[in-house]
Design a protein around this ligand. Sequence first.
Ligand SMILES: [Ca+2]
Ligand SMILES: [Ca+2]
Ligand SMILES: [Ca+2]
Ligand SMILES: [Ca+2]
Length: 243
Amino acid sequence: MRFFYFILYITIFVFPIIVQAQVLDIDTDNDGLSDEQELNIYFTDPKNSDTDGDGYLDGEEIKNNYSPLFGDKKKLIQVDSDKDYLNDAWEIILGTGLMNPDSDYDKFLDGTEVAAGYDPLDSQPNKLPKTIKISLTKQNLTYTFGEKTLGSFPISSGVKTMPTPKGNFTVLAKIPVKHYGGVGYNYPNTKWNLQFKPSFFVHGAYWHNKFGQTMSHGCVNVAYENMEALYWWAQIGTPVIIE
Ligand SMILES: [Ca+2]
Ligand SMILES: [Ca+2]
Ligand SMILES: [Ca+2]
Ligand SMILES: [Ca+2]
């Protein structure tokens, strides 16, 4: 009799859980994303391995930070599927809804919340710390929102004779376009400048592509493709830690 109840228990409670888990794990179109991921996270077609028809599998695109929804070699960070001012790459990192402009239903758009430093998954007005960390030895910049890393990439700091200062700073000013010039250099219309100390900036650089090695007169050079999102996200007062 006891054995009978054991079998009954397995049939009623355990078996459906196993079946359900397997159903969620299925990858019907064999594109590297499970049906569940396609339906609930990436909003791709679980029955079409190449949703945007650009010749690359949905799973392949996600793995390489490209959008499986927009062809034309669009990176996830360049698209905003639900038009809430938060790009698809950061929606996936933060766990907000790719197709839900207000993930915590507090009447503020996800992107508006992140820009202002609020947690887009918490309907209470709680803030998450923003931090920009620069390693001069690694020639790298990483920026985090709460526990999540939104970006990490190579930079070019000051050369030996004009080193970038080390220390704990904050963003003092956001200047969209700036002209840098001096003896032997002239860089007009430089985009996305974050000042962290009088005459020192983290800024976009269009005149070289040697990120990962020292190049500058003391500022922190960032490639344009990385600087735009960082500039948008940074706020006056955001800590800039340079080690
Ligand atoms: Ca799939
Ligand atoms: Ca594709
Ligand atoms: Ca969005
Ligand atoms: Ca919200």
